[in-house]
Unconditional design. Sequence first.
Length: 287
Amino acid sequence: MPSAPTRHAAPPGAAPAPSGEAGAVRRAIVRVRDGRTQREDDWIAAEIPVALRYNGQPHVVMMATPADLEDFALGFSLSEAVIADPAELQDVAVEPRLEGIEVAMTVPTARAEAVAARQRNLTGRSSCGLCGTQALEDVVRHPPPVGAGPAVDTAAVQRALAALAAAQPVNALTGATHAAAWADSAGALQLVREDVGRHNALDKLIGAIARAKLDTATGFLVVTSRASYEMVQKAATVGITLMVAISAPTALAIHLADSAGLTLVGFARRDGHAVYTHPHRILATEP
């Protein structure tokens, strides 16, 4: 997919992070430990406004970690049903601005007109992607049913969870980011993306999956957050059939997963997990 050269930027006024750590910046802090005070520098997760534009028109401003923004642009466009195929994202330009970063995208005219018709110029937050939505019907978008997808055993789920703990470099530095990971049916991680916002991390992962031309019908999703309805909505929209979350789902997330045919797993831990919908895709590992 052709795209314009991309530049990622640190927040205005911030010292740039080393290579591979674009999601974090250094800040001076005062640390108190065992009753002693010490001044030192610490890694802090970056969070800045990222404005998404389609065909020159502003669409949304998200508070996000300024890394993997081409993946973010593609993943958001797919998970929000702005486009139906990665090839429809014809161009992406990531431009630092004084106030944050602007991501300018070009899509087919009909797609841009449909986006404008939604009238969803809103300000998103790292914990909420709905702020400013104008109508109730804009909130819950029911994705079409997902396909059959793979059946995986509990050992594969545990394998993916164990690997994910060591595959989050920004969180290891800062302790402040979520991750979304794609695993094959055996539980081997294929891709991981991080962000201060759980749905941003998922959008980045969805974009990375599309760019790598991986088949969402052959693996499963693991997220280091609760399974909110927007996470299920985004996953089902791009055809993901199995989602594993380390925390709890909401009632609406369970409803959407059930109606879309998606298997939703929550409270995934070393000692087990809970399956809320379509348990036929989770197979018990033989002792």
